[in-house]
Each structure stands twice: as structure tokens, then as C-alpha cells.
Design a protein around this ligand. Structure first.
Ligand code: ATP
Length: 312
């Protein structure tokens, strides 16, 4: 658990993080959104002490982070930044091995961990381990950057606009991959993003910041339904709200017994994708399949539309 309590930071006498308090539960994903210069990165970097706070307290599993030695912080908190931050003259394997090496792991253990992570990120170790960053695509570099941040098995992963440099299609795949990896390893993730869609799709909770202050900290559904003030409402974008509501639900939430005609959709698909398929194919219901391709029920247009409405 990460407890941020009344934390403030000034630069040149100006408050850039202003008395922020929030609690991040273990194994959750928290996204931090806000305009440029609102203090998101500064807040994130105070968690792993890349930035020293001026006042307040940040506790990691109950311990003040100022009392945790640097090498333990590096092990327990991974950090991935925009672009990828990879060392250009080191191979993929050497990049991923950075923190384990600092921690003095033996060669065999490092090799096993690098191989495991490359496989998890769908990069064949035989093909990619010895490549250099310039021999990878942007999406592959970004995955190696996240793999490197996870190398020492941290409890917490801090991500600062990790997908900011990716084009929209790869970006959406990168989000799906991150969710799959999060399901597999359960690391607590705190992610700064400019992109409200990203914040809503990935976040269990969203922290909205403006001018150093935390305006709202709540689930995506709560923020959509009850934005704390006009600024949050603008950020959420009223015309986008129904679609955003659908993007964080999945077909498994609404599948019901019964048969429907035509091409099926996966239990894992988002309700937004289900709506698109229903509208595009002009059907009032579509069959739903599980991971093994077995038909397990149907998703009805009416039910999907109900999920797009403002929660009561
Ligand atoms: N090292 C520094 N010295 C002086 N001012 C700084 C420093 N780092 C950040 N700032 C200022 O603090 C404010 C908050 O910066 P921060 O990077 O936290 O914002 P942000 O919300 O992450 O912005 P962006 O979305 O553009 O990355 C900005 O006005 C910035 O100029």
C-alpha cells in the first residue's frame, strides 16, 4: 500500500504539488491525469524519491519512504518513462538486467529472469535478447522499457507517460498488453497520462490534478457520474462519457444465457467493442465465446446500452 499524506513540493518558491493526500491499494492500477504542468510527474517521482518532498509523508507498506535505503527502493519500485529510456549501446538482455546486476544477482538468475520477461512481453528471447534498441520498433522498445522496470520483481511500478511516444494503434495494443501483464503479476501500478481514455481504460482509480492540487480521486465510473467540479467535467468530456463508461466494462460482465446469430465476440472484449460490433452488424444480440472458442451465451444491445447510461 502507498499512503501519500499532505505532501507538498515547491520549486523556486512556487507550490507545484499542494497538500496532496491519497491511498493506493496493493495490486491496483491508479492513473494520474491533468493538464501539462499540474504536478503529476513531481508527485510520481516523490514516491520513489527521485524528487524530495518538502512536507508531508509517503509511506510504502507502512514505512516512510525517506527511511528506506536507495537500493531497497530501486528493488521494490520499478520506473518506466516516456519513450523507453533504454541504454542505446546495451543489448535488450543487458538493458533488462540493469537493476538485477546492481542488486548483485548471479548470471544464471539474471539470464532466467530476462528470458522469462521477454517471453511475458511476447518477444522471442532467441530473436531479441542480443539486439540493440535501434534494432527494435517503437512498440518493442517500449515493452523492453517496461520489462526492465519489472526486472527485479518490484511491488510497485511507476509509469510516466509510458505510451506517449507510440502511435494510436500500437498504443492501444500496449494498454491491452499492460492489463494482461498486470493480471498475470499483480504489481501495483501508478501511471501518469495525458490521455483520459487511457486513464479510464487502465485505472481502477483516477487521480485528477490541477495546479498541484488533487481535485478528485475516485473510480472511473464515479468520476464520469459525479465529476467533482467543472474542470473535471471538462476533462472527462461530456460527449465522450457514455463511450468511456463502456470502455472499462467487459463482455463477461453482461453475458447472459441464450442464443444469438452471427460472428461471436470474446468474453474479454470491452463493452465499447461489443457496441461497435452490434451497431455495425445491425444485430440486437451477439453470441459470446470464451478463451477456448466455446459459445457461452449472448450479449444484448439493450444490456450494453444500459451500461452506457449515467449510474444511479
Ligand atoms: N526541477 C524543477 N525545477 C523547477 N521547476 C520544476 C522542476 N520540475 C518541475 N518543475 C515545474 O513544476 C511544475 C509541475 O511539473 P510536473 O513535471 O510535475 O508537471 P506534469 O503535470 O507532470 O506536466 P507534464 O504533463 O507536462 O509532464 C511545472 O510548472 C514545472 O515547470
Amino acid at each position: 500500500m502507498i499512503e501519500i499524506e499532505n505532501v507538498s513540493k515547491r520549486y523556486d518558491g512556487r507550490l507545484v504539488v499542494d497538500d496532496v493526500s491519497l491511498v493506493i491499494e496493493p495490486h491496483k492500477i491508479v492513473t494520474i491525469v491533468g493538464m501539462s504542468g499540474s504536478g503529476k510527474t513531481t508527485l510520481l517521482r516523490m514516491i520513489n524519491r527521485l524528487v524530495q518532498r518538502d512536507s508531508g509523508c509517503i509511506r510504502l507498506d507502512g514505512t516512510d519512504n525517506e527511511l528506506i535505503p536507495g537500493h531497497l527502493l530501486r528493488r521494490s519500485i520499478g520506473y518506466a518513462i516516456q519513450g523507453d529510456g533504454l541504454f542505446p549501446h546495451r543489448s535488450v538482455a543487458e538493458n533488462i538486467a540493469t537493476v538485477p546486476r546492481l542488486l548483485g544477482w548471479d548470471k544464471q538468475r539474471i539470464h532466467a529472469r530476462v528470458t522469462e520477461l521477454l517471453a511475458l512481453f511476447q518477444l522471442d528471447p532467441a530473436v531479441y535478447a542480443e539486439r540493440f534498441p535501434h534494432q527494435l520498433s517503437g512498440g518493442q522498445r517500449q515493452r523492453v522499457g517496461v520489462a526492465r522496470a519489472l526486472a527485479a520483481g518490484p511491488n510497485v511500478l511507476l509509469m510516466d507517460e509510458p505510451f506517449g511516444a507510440l502511435d494510436p494503434i500500437i498504443r492501444s495494443k500496449a494498454r491491452d498488453d499492460l492489463l494482461a501483464i498486470h493480471r498475470a503479476i499483480g504489481t501495483t501500478i501508478v501511471m501518469v497520462t495525458h490521455d483520459m481514455d487511457e486513464a479510464v481504460t487502465l485505472g481502477d482509480r483516477i487521480a485528477v490534478m490541477d495546479a498541484g492540487r488533487l481535485l478528485q480521486y475516485a473510480s472511473p465510473a464515479e468520476i464520469m457520474a459525479n465529476p467533482a467540479n467543472p474542470f473535471v467535467e471538462t476533462l472527462v468530456g461530456s460527449s465522450e462519457r457514455p463511450f468511456r463508461m463502456l470502455s472499462f466494462g467487459c463482455v463477461a460482465d453482461i453475458v447472459e444465457p441464450g442464443e444469438a446469430e452471427g460472428a461471436p465476440i470474446s468474453l474479454d472484449a470491452s463493452l465499447r467493442d461489443a457496441l461497435a460490433e452490434l451497431l455495425w452488424s445491425g444485430r440486437s444480440a451477439i453470441p459470446v465465446h470464451d478463451d477456448n472458442g466455446m459459445i457461452v451465451g449472448q450479449a444484448k444491445l439493450k444490456t450494453v446500452l444500459n451500461r452506457a447510461a449515467k449510474p444511479v
